[in-house]
Design a protein around this ligand. Structure first.
Ligand SMILES: [Zn+2]
Length: 133
């Protein structure tokens, strides 16, 4: 399975190596970096539209290419931002221990990569439950 976030580890590897809270923090940082890229691409789109006034035909072709490129980057980064944020929040909603309500203090017991499920154990009370990433 390809990594969902190239700037962060998968959920199972992340919990094992850096812990759930650090993994979650990095997912949020990655998603907000994509949001910043979407914002900058949108500013570039507006600047390119300003360049169309008084441009020659060859410059307009160049501006059109840059406009399409900036639009593609803006759409891609907005999509990544929303995906990474919603994925991190969906996992964080399941990170409370059902027995003692401890948040984010868990360790991986078993990882089922085929069905994309993670059996985790609370580090406070040793209760086990399944995370669906
Ligand atoms: Zn617990």
């Amino acid at each position: 399975m390809p990594p969902r976030n190239y700037l962060n580890r998968s959920l199972g590897d992340g919990i094992r190596t850096i812990g759930f809270r650090k993994w979650y923090e990095r997912e949020l940082l990655s998603s907000h970096a994509h949001m910043l890229l979407a914002l900058l691409s949108t500013i570039a789109l507006m600047a390119i539209m300003e360049l169309f006034h008084g441009a020659t035909v060859s410059q307009k072709f160049l501006n059109t290419g840059l406009f399409i490129l900036s639009g593609a980057v803006a759409l891609w980064s907005l999509r990544r931002y929303l995906y990474l944020l919603s994925h991190a929040e969906a996992v964080a909603d399941q990170a409370n221990c059902p027995q003692c309500a401890e948040y984010g203090r868990l360790s991986v017991v078993e990882e089922d990569r085929h069905n994309e499920r993670l059996l985790v154990k609370c580090r406070k009370c040793s209760h086990e439950w399944t995370l669906i990433p």
